[in-house]
Design a protein. Structure first.
Length: 351
């Protein structure tokens, strides 16, 4: 069986104003009844494949995680709390070390982001099983998604040698390329997108970190040695953890390791990182509009209109996002959705 480890410490600023510092996107319901974290918990509920899940998150989100798991009747294997955000390399290091302690060095781990929509069907299960087999052989396994556009928000994986059983070596891993490079990689037809999920044995990931990101590993190891545990929470020691460099697992390990493998995965996958992604996933009515909450639209097309409180009236618009939370409103073109994070930085500076 695989120990699922859910990464739930990100800020999700591109989905402002629904995603906020106090409740990041993974804890929010966008469309449907469950929050993104809850959807991720459902994804790993298959007991024939998975052990109980662990969650790695920021100290300030501890109640949201515990409460949302309780609502789903999910018994977590533990919640690892980061005193400060140090990006995903440190979070993955903490998870690998904790799993080695509780389940042994050979135990398999699957890292899952909590900001995705993925359909769990036979195809998904089949890909996970192939990944698990390769991970037992010492690979750090990624899931390759067929790219549809030259997105600069993803990691790109160049398929290498055929290892059999639907698994390939990774010839090259390029995290978040610039637009020109992304276009070249898309045109070449040799690359897939990194899904953001990884499967590996706890011991293998620890060796990778030892070789490629020793500062991260040392700081996190110390923070676990002096961690304080109460109930389901493990509070990593603040002083040691803060010494870990802030870097994502993609840059720290995936771009550098010779042991990366990829399972080309024809799964239904969507990264819900920005407003245009949510609009696309939701589908839209005959005018291409997605409306959620209190809103009246006139002569408006291909737009996303969401309100949590005020009644919105939108007229004569095309291709826009109008998003109203309880206390803030965002209006912008859907094709500028990737830039919302920068706008939020300006907002923070104005406050
Ligand atoms: N615990 C913890 N601590 N979790 C974190 C932290 C942190 O400091 N930072 C981010 N996360 C969580 C996020 O909540 C998310 O679930 C996951 O880790 C991935 O982080 P993102 O910030 O969303 O990464 P990304 O989307 O830019 O890029 C990653 O995902 C892409 C696919 O969606 C990369 O793996 C790309 O290569 C990949 O294509
Ligand atoms: Mg993401």
């Amino acid at each position: 069986k695989i120990v699922p480890v859910i990464m739930a410490g990100g800020k999700g600023t591109r989905l402002w104003p629904l995603s906020r510092a106090a409740a990041a996107k993974q804890f929010i319901r966008f469309l449907g009844d469950e929050t993104l974290l809850q959807k991720t918990l459902s994804r790993v509920s298959d007991a024939s494949l998975y052990d109980a899940p662990m969650v790695v998150t920021n100290e300030e989100f501890r109640f949201l995680v515990a409460e949302q798991a309780r609502e789903m009747d999910v018994k977590l294997d533990g919640i690892i709390l980061e005193p400060v955000a140090r990006n995903t390399a440190a979070a993955v290091a903490a998870a690998a070390l904790m799993v080695r302690e509780s389940h042994g060095s050979d135990a398999l781990v699957q890292i899952l982001p909590s900001d995705h929509e993925i359909e769990v069907d036979e195809t998904y299960r089949d890909c996970v099983k192939r990944a698990a087999k390769a991970a037992r052989g010492g690979k750090i396994v990624t899931f390759g998604i067929t790219p549809t556009e030259p997105s600069t928000g993803y990691g790109y994986i160049e398929t290498g040698m055929d290892l059999g059983d639907g698994v390939y070596t990774v010839a090259r891993f390029v995290e978040k390329p610039n637009a020109d490079v992304a276009q070249e990689m898309l045109d070449s037809g040799r690359y897939s997108w990194n899904s953001g999920m990884f499967v590996f044995s706890a011991g293998q990931m620890i060796s990778e970190l030892e070789a490629l990101a020793p500062d991260v590993l040392t700081a996190v190891q110390k923070s676990i040695e002096t961690a304080k545990g109460d109930l389901d929470f493990t509070r990593l020691d603040a002083e040691s953890f803060a010494r870990a460099p802030s870097i994502s697992i993609d840059y720290a390990v995936m771009e550098k390791t010779p042991n990366a493998a990829v399972v080309p995965s024809p799964i239904t996958w969507s990264d819900l990182g920005s407003w245009d992604a949510i609009w696309k996933l939701a589908g839209g009515d005959e005018d291409g509009n997605v409306v959620d909450g209190n809103a009246t639209l006139n002569d408006t097309k291909n737009s996303l209109v969401m309100s949590r409180h005020a009644h919105l009236a939108v007229q004569g618009m095309e291709g826009v996002a109008v998003i109203a939370s309880e206390d803030a409103v965002y209006v912008g073109r859907l094709d500028r959705s990737q830039d919302v994070g920068n706008l939020v930085k300006m907002l923070a500076a104005d406050e």
